[in-house]
Design a protein around this ligand. Structure first.
Ligand SMILES: Nc1ncnc2c1ncn2[C@@H]1O[C@H](COP(=O)(O)OP(=O)(O)OP(=O)(O)O)[C@@H](O)[C@H]1O
Length: 237
């Protein structure tokens, strides 16, 4: 028997592997995310980020290794995935006990600034509003693990900046463990406590984010950004 898992870990993956046919996408990968910790994962296209997130979400099984995740984990995807035939509040309330569903959905919508949109139809929402509803739907169940798969990638730059502020506030209040998969290095630095780079199905390096680096334009921000881009093999013009 190995030692008992670290109590503070919300997620613990040890040597997990996943293959599609003869193509191995996760190579004996190790990952720990602590309770209340915000981890961002960046890496080149095809390195296995979404595969890892889907494994943590329990959407896909792993072929080998051990994976421990909390009972309640929720996912926000790049596209909002709201059901068009249900009003906004019912989309948020999916899976909640009936008696409290409406009130809990309303309060979650208020948290994302959409309290007046409870009876709207999803089709009437802007892209940013729809993603805020998706966030409300993910947080209303008080997940211990929140998985974010490029949730801001399809939004315009200004909306994305506003969403960063909102997500920071929501996370500070709810304190789930978070894994954010993103292509946006700036976003990773601004939001995460720790940025992981992934290469060929493994975690290549971990970079703790110093508080001063969270200010865009600070020297610490620029230095970490340069380091991460170099690790990803990106040379800026
Ligand atoms: N269902 C599948 N069947 C076969 N191959 C797959 C499947 N899903 C993913 N792959 C392959 O696994 C590899 C990793 O895919 P994954 O989506 O995890 O990468 P990613 O790092 O998230 O990429 P991106 O940044 O482009 O979203 C890719 O080569 C992809 O083609």
């Amino acid at each position: 028997m190995t030692a008992a898992p670290v109590a503070a870990a919300a997620v613990r993956a040890a040597g997990i592997s996943r293959a599609y046919g003869d193509r191995t996408v996760l190579h004996e990968l190790d990952l720990e995310i602590h309770r209340g910790e915000f981890v961002a994962l960046i890496g080149k296209s095809g390195c296995g980020k979404t595969t890892l997130l889907r494994a943590l979400a329990g959407i896909d099984a792993v072929d080998g290794g051990t994976l421990r995740t909390p009972d309640v984990s929720t996912v926000v995807f790049q596209e909002h995935r709201l059901l068009p035939w249900w009003k906004v509040w019912r989309n948020v309330a999916i899976g909640l006990p009936r008696a409290s569903a409406r009130a809990r959905a309303q309060s979650a919508l208020e948290e994302v600034g959409l309290g007046t949109h409870a009876d709207a139809w999803p089709v009437t929402l802007s892209g940013g509003e729809a993603q805020r509803v998706a966030l409300a739907r993910a947080l209303v169940r008080e997940p211990e693990l929140l998985l974010l798969d490029e949730p801001f990638a399809a939004l315009d730059a200004l909306t994305r900046i506003r969403m960063h502020g909102l997500v920071r506030d929501l996370i500070a209040r709810h304190r789930p463990a978070v894994l954010l998969v993103t292509h946006d290095v700036d976003e990773a630095i601004l939001l995460a406590d720790r940025v992981l780079t992934m290469r060929e199905g493994r975690i290549a390096a971990a970079h703790p984010v110093d508080g001063t680096a969270r200010t865009r334009g600070s020297a610490a921000f620029a230095a970490l950004r340069t380091e991460l881009l170099a690790e990803l093999g990106v040379v800026e013009p």
